[in-house]
Design a protein around this ligand. Structure first.
Ligand code: ADP
Ligand code: MG
Length: 323
């Protein structure tokens, strides 16, 4: 199968048709129409075999996750997903692999009304880069820089599930299917993100662990925070590990949660409680923002936890305390 057959068969009509796509796959560029009064939110992520997924991972899950990580970024800005582009580097034109990949990508794209409008296909070591495009009313995007002292800190879902799945897979142990799904098929919190416009003062998606990712909000907002460890929402498998080892690195410093962490001024807290009910998604208050810098991790007994090792860094340096 030639490169063009492959694109035509699997990627030319992926996701729903949209009236704002004047021209999609097939020309030198896509032509896209941004409605008046909306800003375009753009983010790109690369998943590389052996770094971000096991080379023998189900290609349907790779298709899903390669889009999910971008959708999580759009969610974290409060943006509505609209278009995607896909740069696919493949060692060979294995049609079964490509069909399964496209199926996983398509299912998630369609669930969020997103159209694939272009891309690039090349031969080389397996790697997938997806750029996502979202719309957000001008001025309504939720940045990292808006947290203020007194705001409550919330997280969605549960923390550390994907980290536990990865840890067990690396150790060659069996992994419960629901944990494995959290690693390989994360559900980006797209609707929650949009419904937090006008409610949250700052937001980030959790891809490198709560402690490090909340740290980005704290630096961008020039504030500090207290986290109460006994409030962290944990699945029972993760809670068991923490109870047995007193090691908090799963919920605080492991990657791939793809939950949202957001700050909420006190007056808006009832809105968050209503939202949790409406979405059927736990939204848990885990701490608060304070004026003095730093992240204070409080144990149930009142003691303090030293911050566990930071989330995954692709280019670690010997001494990076300055950043
Ligand atoms: P060019 O050489 O002009 O860059 P390409 O031959 O790379 O064009 O691609 C032809 C068309 O197919 C373009 O519209 C491009 O956006 C699209 N395309 C290529 N690869 C993909 C892909 N993996 N997914 C979606 N569209 C793709
Ligand atoms: Mg090209």
């Amino acid at each position: 199968m030639s490169e063009f057959d492959l694109i035509g068969r699997y990627f030319a009509a992926l996701g729903p048709e949209r009236p704002d796509v004047a021209l999609g796959v097939g020309d030198d560029c896509a032509l896209l129409e941004i409605p008046a009064g909306q800003a375009l939110a753009v983010s790109i992520d690369t998943l590389s075999a052996g770094v971000h997924f096991f080379p023998d991972c189900d290609p349907e899950h790779i298709g899903h996750k390669s889009l999910a990580v971008g959708l999580s970024d759009l969610a974290a800005m409060g943006a509505e997903p609209v278009w995607a582009t896909l740069a696919l580097t493949l060692p060979a034109a294995d049609e079964d692999w490509i069909r399964a990949f496209a199926t996983g990508f398509e299912r998630l794209a369609s669930a969020h009304g997103m159209r694939l409008v272009g891309g690039d296909t090349t031969r080389g070591p397996l790697s997938v880069a997806v750029q996502v495009h979202g719309l957000v009313p001008t001025g309504a995007a939720i940045r990292r820089s808006g947290a203020r002292p007194g705001d409550a800190v919330f997280v969605s879902g549960t923390l550390g599930d994907a980290g536990l799945a990865l840890r067990r897979m690396l150790a060659g142990e069996s992994v419960a299917p629901e944990l494995r799904r959290r690693l390989e098929c994360p559900e980006p919190r797209v609707e929650l993100g949009q419904r937090l416009r006008g409610v949250a003062s700052a937001m980030i998606d959790l891809s490198d662990g709560l402690a490090g990712d909340l740290g980005h909000i704290l630096r961008a907002s020039a504030v500090g925070a207290v986290l109460e460890l006994d409030r962290l929402p944990l699945a029972h498998q993760v809670a068991d590990v923490v109870a047995a080892t007193d090691d908090w690195s799963l919920p605080l410093a492991s990657g791939d949660d793809y939950e949202l962490c957001f700050c909420v001024p006190p007056a808006h807290i009832p809105n968050v409680e209503r939202l949790a009910e409406a979405l059927g998604l736990p939204l848990t208050r885990v701490g608060w923002i304070r004026a003095s810098a730093g992240l204070d991790l409080r144990r149930p007994d009142g003691g303090r936890l030293t911050q566990p090792a930071r989330g995954y860094d692709h280019f670690p340096v010997a001494d990076d305390r300055a950043d």
